[in-house]
Design a protein around this ligand. Structure first.
Ligand SMILES: NC(=O)c1ccc[n+]([C@@H]2O[C@H](COP(=O)([O-])OP(=O)(O)OC[C@H]3O[C@@H](n4cnc5c(N)ncnc54)[C@H](OP(=O)(O)O)[C@@H]3O)[C@@H](O)[C@H]2O)c1
Length: 334
């Protein structure tokens, strides 16, 4: 089969001929139709991820058709269109993943390939209202957004939410889910064009986090502070988010694109009775609940751009430069 291979840190993804995997017992072979990028892929290419191993085939998100069954798999599944849950071996504790938890695309082969073999327990039917390309953007980002917003922050309808960096894949999926669940959502972005697009999609308002007075502007615009704040930037700006949290608010973060938080002003947290929550990916239940929400609300994820698999490196550069609004997709029909 053909696959995009990464041979080392800072190397470009190159289309190569590699052996097609064989499905083992209780596994299915999937002929992938579409894959999607996550920032994780960029971190790995830059060498900024734990457990690096080269060569590797990146990609955590994928959708396709079951083309071969391993021993013990129900024959009715052959030719079924499916979505892959990239999180494996979460373990018994729904509150946190086990030490053996892995994500497709390192160490195991990822979805930037024509075929992938995965345990049958990791697939679910493709949502009927979505194309392969639309569905392929859901798994990692959708599960992460769902767990952060609903399982961890326990968002309720009618609450006021702030989602930072709305151009991001997880952020935008989270915005769609929160709005569909009856929340009032405001956003931040480095780009006025992205702020405008978010408002077209139902955000109440938004401000540019690069501007000096963004906090005052945001509080004026929103008419007050936020019950739930969702962030993946962390870094020095994290303290500012404590200022826009309402008393009793929940601040959930799932990434640290801007690095560690240099100094936390403890009083801001305890005096306002805030909950600061960390979140990573999701359990099988989070994944299933996310897919159910997408189906129930007929959500259609926002795709920034679709690239042919062979041009995956261009998609990686677009993500690395932060140019995208929503998810970057690879079409697999090589
Ligand atoms: N823990 C987990 O399970 C998990 C899962 C998924 C992602 N993550 C992490 O979460 C982060 C986002 O992932 P992604 O796949 O959604 O990436 P992405 O699509 O590349 O989005 C990154 C976005 O971050 C925003 N951003 C950058 N600097 C910011 C700042 N100072 N303040 C606010 N927003 C800022 C930008 O938004 P604008 O373009 O609007 O400015 C950018 O588009 C990455 O660090 C990733 O590793 C973690």
């Amino acid at each position: 089969m053909k696959a995009l291979r990464l041979d080392g840190i800072h190397q470009p993804l190159v289309l190569q001929q590699v052996p097609t995997p064989t499905p083992g017992p209780n596994q299915v072979l999937i002929q992938l139709k579409a894959a999607a990028l996550n920032h994780r892929d960029v971190w790995i290419q830059r060498g900024q991820y734990a457990g690096l191993r080269f060569p590797c085939i990146l990609g955590s998100d994928g959708a396709g058709v079951i083309s071969e069954l391993g021993e013990g798999v129900d024959e009715a599944l052959l030719h079924q269109a499916v979505l892959i849950n990239p999180g494996q071996h979460w373990g018994e504790n729904p509150r946190a993943q086990s030490k053996t938890f892995t994500i497709l695309g390192l160490p195991e082969q990822g979805t930037f390939a024509e075929y992938i073999a995965v345990p049958v327990s990791q697939v679910c039917p493709l949502p009927a209202h979505l194309s392969f390309e639309q569905a392929a953007v859901l798994p990692l980002g959708g599960a992460t957004a769902y767990r952060a917003i609903f399982t961890r922050a326990k968002l309720q309808a009618g609450e006021r939410v702030l989602i930072t960096g709305i151009g991001g894949g997880v952020a935008l999926l989270g915005m769609q889910m929160a709005i569909a669940s009856g929340a009032e959502v405001w956003v931040t972005s480095s780009s006025p064009a992205k702020l405008a697009r978010a408002q077209q999609l139902g955000a109440r308002g938004g401000v540019n986090y690069k501007e000096e007075k963004w906090v005052d502007d945001l509080l004026n615009q929103a008419g007050g502070a936020f019950d739930v704040i969702v962030d993946s930037a962390a870094g020095a700006g994290f303290n500012t988010l404590l200022d826009v949290a309402a008393p009793g608010g929940r601040l959930v973060f799932y990434g640290a694109t801007q690095g560690n938080i240099p100094e936390v002003v403890a009083r801001k947290i305890f005096w306002k009775q805030l909950s600061v929550l960390g979140s990573t990916m999701g359990t099988e239940q989070d994944f299933a609940d996310m897919v159910r929400l997408v189906e129930e609300k007929q959500l259609v994820p926002i795709i920034d751009e679709v690239f042919p698999l062979a041009e995956g490196e261009n998609a990686m550069r677009r993500m690395d430069n932060g140019e995208q609004f929503g998810k970057l997709v690879l079409r697999i029909d090589v």
